[in-house]
Design a protein around this ligand. Structure first.
Ligand code: OTU
Length: 647
């Protein structure tokens, strides 16, 4: 058994340091040594925690750590000079991505611009909006046939042929960087496709690669696990295990049966995945959206989500990027309850660094609940439960993404307010599916039975009522609702993200039902093609596209001028006299900024002096010095009022 004495870990650390530095060109050594000194002690300690028991003795653990050092050194050696320069600049300004002028945009490569070369042609559109970060949904070689929109990767070293080549990727990252835009790519950590070489080798009987996956000869363990596991796709992919004939085993498949969960308790998996990530970063990818981070570690008797080891894996990856490429950002995709989210950003008090960014999925879902209920109590609870950010981290605040809006993350907050959580969240889901005279025209996603709460699909504009609007006033209201949600994401305190099409209030894409590879997954309802006509309309007044586009741009122009909206600046929830209003202040006491959002379809009265008294400064009453955006006739709610300073 390994001995975990501190003298052993110091010996391991020095052996790693020596091995790492010895592989580097002399010019790289000084900086690398500094970074190593800062981050390797945590890295080695965490790796030992994760993997020491896997090895027969300390010598084997050391051998494995030295292999990892080789991977790190190779990546640093191969890092292009331009990216090394970026690393240096960003280490000197570690809050670079938290500023108020940062803005994300998210799109499928093919739907946005046919292929990676096409994306370059869309840079002017991104620049017009002020985008500084582009998330292209998975573009690496994916499984043939169904592949979950690219989330079943067959090769981390190849681009999907119809989207381009690695050379196109490098050229695109370069062109984007020259335009001040960082490319974000998914890194699908939790699983690979069943036609990835590791899965093929496992099927062919290679024992090494069998152990890259979780496999069980009979149902004993799967049944034991299932007792406490949830289900992501209960309708089309029920259960979490798939029987694979070639392996004569049940393989762990949290998502679709063709997505095989990687076994991170096997150190070889960690090593190979690290190498894959670093190689992609050297192509110029600046941000990694780490997919499904919550699921990385399995433990019987638990939901197998948010396990401590999953966090340690992410912390190790962070130490590794800090040592080799500190300009790279890690973004956690963990669709979990508010209380489980902050851990993905580390813990300042314990000196733990994890991801730089994390999706605030419960804020997003709660904002939609506020639209459905015309009541802000749930979102206020989410905001109250959102702690201050650790230094140099940021939320990713968003309205829509390529996935469904999952209501289950809100159960803890919803249960504080009502006894029948199921009923409350089901009502929201039904509302967005257009039932009960609602204005929305989305659909429910993957409920295992009609009463179960799962998710909602549909483009934001459709959920806000645009598709069902029968007159100009209703269309106007629908766009206002969408702007209210985007306004919140711009002001909350994080990097906002625009989901392709939302800038033009694009509606849902009903055609997916006729596409064989998409028809069973209703998320394709909100994955439309770029619409050239709509883009043209956005330039013409008196269209919904224009109302949306022009107003979003105006809001964004304001946002860039408001340092109070920097991700890290303080937030304070303000009480109002209406349950439909959400109000909070941002920034320091001397120059607060106030956000007021009306989630009701009726005008609401807000007493500004009463709000003023609640500001951190407790400052005098007054009126807003500036109203940066308002409805056309000043009357029609929902509306937001942004007050950048208080007189
Ligand atoms: C992520 O999703 C991706 O965003 C999805 O597009 C993929 O299908 C999935 O992983 C598998 O790669 O819970 O934290 O619609 O919200 O699957 C992982 C359900 C996830 C998604 C859920 C999600």
């Amino acid at each position: 058994m390994p001995v975990h004495s501190s003298s052993n870990s110091n010996t391991l650390l020095s052996a790693c340091k020596e091995a790492f530095l010895a592989q580097l060109a002399p010019a790289l050594r000084a900086t690398a040594e500094l970074r190593f000194a800062q981050h390797a002690p945590t890295l080695i300690a965490r790796l030992s925690q994760l993997y020491a028991t896997h090895f027969a003795d300390d010598a084997q653990l050391k051998d494995w750590c030295l292999q990892l050092m080789q991977v790190l050194a190779d990546a640093l050696q191969a890092r292009p000079a331009g990216l090394q320069k970026l690393d240096q600049q960003r280490s000197q300004q570690p809050d670079w991505f938290t500023r108020e002028d940062r803005l994300g945009y998210c799109a499928y490569t093919d739907r946005f611009a046919v292929n990676l070369q096409g994306v370059r042609q869309r840079i002017p559109h991104l620049q017009q909006l002020g985008v500084t970060y582009l998330h292209l949904l998975p573009f690496l070689k994916a499984r043939v046939g169904e592949n979950d929109g690219g989330f079943a990767v067959s090769d981390f070293n190849q681009v999907e042929a119809r989207l381009g080549s690695m050379q196109d990727l490098e050229q695109l990252t370069q062109a984007l960087r020259e335009s001040g835009i960082s490319l974000c790519s998914d890194f699908i950590l939790n699983h690979v496709a069943d036609d990835h070489p590791w899965a093929i080798a496992a099927r062919a009987g290679d024992a090494k690669y069998r152990d890259y996956f979780y496999h069980y000869p009979d149902r004993t363990m799967p049944d034991q696990f299932e007792a406490t596991l949830g289900q992501v796709f209960p309708q089309v992919a029920p259960g979490n295990f798939s029987y694979i004939d070639a392996l004569q085993s049940w393989v762990w498949t949290t998502f679709y049966p063709y997505q095989w969960d990687l076994n991170y308790s096997n150190p070889a998996v960690f090593l190979d995945m690290t190498a894959a990530l670093l190689q992609l970063a050297n192509r110029g990818i600046e941000v990694f959206r780490l997919d499904s981070t919550a699921f990385l570690w399995k433990r019987p008797g638990t939901s197998c989500m948010n396990q401590p080891e999953a966090h340690w894996i992410l912390q190790c990856l962070r130490c590794i990027t800090e040592i080799t490429m500190p300009g790279v950002l890690l973004k956690a995709e963990a669709i979990v309850a508010t209380r489980d989210l902050p851990a993905y950003l580390g813990d300042a008090q314990r000196g733990v660094q994890e991801c730089h960014l994390a999706y605030h999925s419960s804020l997003m879902a709660a904002a939609w609940v506020a639209v459905a209920e015309q009541d802000t109590s749930l979102i206020a609870a989410v905001i109250t439960g959102t702690p201050e950010l650790p230094p140099n981290t940021s939320w990713l605040s968003y309205v829509r993404c390529h996935d469904d809006i999952g209501w289950n993350v809100l159960r803890p907050e919803a249960s504080l307010q009502v006894t029948d959580v199921e009923q409350r969240l089901s009502a929201v889901s039904q509302f967005f599916a257009g039932q009960g005279g609602s204005f929305a025209s989305g659909a429910s996603f993957q409920a295992s039975d009609p009463a179960a709460v799962h998710g909602t699909v549909g483009m934001a504009a459709a959920l806000c009522g645009l598709s069902r609007a029968t007159d100009a006033k209703q269309s106007h209201m629908a766009v206002q609702r969408q702007l209210l949600l985007y306004g919140l994401s711009f002001c909350f305190g994080g990097m906002p993200l625009i989901y392709m099409g939302d800038e033009f209030a694009q509606e849902s894409n009903e055609d997916y039902r006729s596409v064989t590879a998409h028809q069973y997954d209703a998320r394709w309802l909100h994955r439309p093609q770029w619409d050239t006509n709509l883009a043209a309309q956005s330039q013409i007044q008196h269209s919904s596209a224009h109302q949306c586009y022009a107003s979003l741009r105006r809001l964004l122009q304001w946002r860039r001028k408001l340092p109070q909206l920097q991700a890290q600046s303080a937030r304070c929830l303000l009480h109002t006299n209406s349950s439909s209003l959400l109000a909070f202040s941002r920034g320091e006491a001397d120059t607060p900024f106030v956000f007021i959002g009306n989630f009701s379809d009726q005008p609401q009265t807000v007493t500004l002096s009463a709000l003023a008294q609640q500001l951190p400064s407790g400052q005098a009453s007054g009126s807003p010095v500036s109203r940066c955006w308002k409805t056309q006739d000043g009357e029609v709610p929902p509306d937001i009022l942004l007050i950048p300073a208080w007189s």
